[in-house]
Design a protein around this ligand. Sequence first.
Ligand code: DGI
Ligand code: FE
Ligand code: FE
Length: 193
Amino acid sequence: MDNIYLRNIVRKRLSEKRFNHSLRVVETALKMAEDLEADKEKVYTASLLHDYAKNMSPEELLSIARRNQLISSWVEERQPGLLHGPVAAYLCKKEHGIEDEEILRAIRFHTTGCENMTTLDKIVYLADVIEPGRTYEGVNELRDICKHDINKGLLFAFDRTIGYVIKRRMLIHPFTIEARNWIITGIERGGML
Ligand code: DGI
Ligand code: FE
Ligand code: FE
């Protein structure tokens, strides 16, 4: 799959604004990949495609998800926007032959996170929230933390997302909670963060 082909399929699907966001996520993710020794090719593909389904309506997301068993929680039925990652992963595989499971899972979990995130999952999740176009309060602090400790960055980002969701009285996706519980206990690193 060459890079120009991938850029074009993303460009066709997204608004200019959303496409430019995706390109900034790629740049940010590639920079993170250098220090973390991640596979650049996979980082490029996953970060470019992460929002592939972002322009779809809630009805469309739900209908594709229901027909293809992509629903993980009833929360998604109430907040179909949460399905843009799972639907993007599904469409990239089905329409564009992207078979690499590491890439597909990074796309799938990019909004909620999940337990046992890989380095690629973490890079895509964090690049999405710290790309230079993001302006929310605390984003500079988060950028700084990510430079030094990607796991601390993740905890900071999960806390922020959960706070945001609570403030707006929205439903918290179980994956978001599981991801935070997982990163805070630091099981894979042998201790608490
Ligand atoms: O697609 P992007 O805008 O680039 O970023 P994203 O995929 O991280 O999506 C951000 C949205 O996802 C933001 O509006 C908050 C929402 N979100 C993340 N976790 C949860 C959530 N919304 C709900 N209701 N519950 C969650 O657990
Ligand atoms: Fe997204
Ligand atoms: Fe995004």
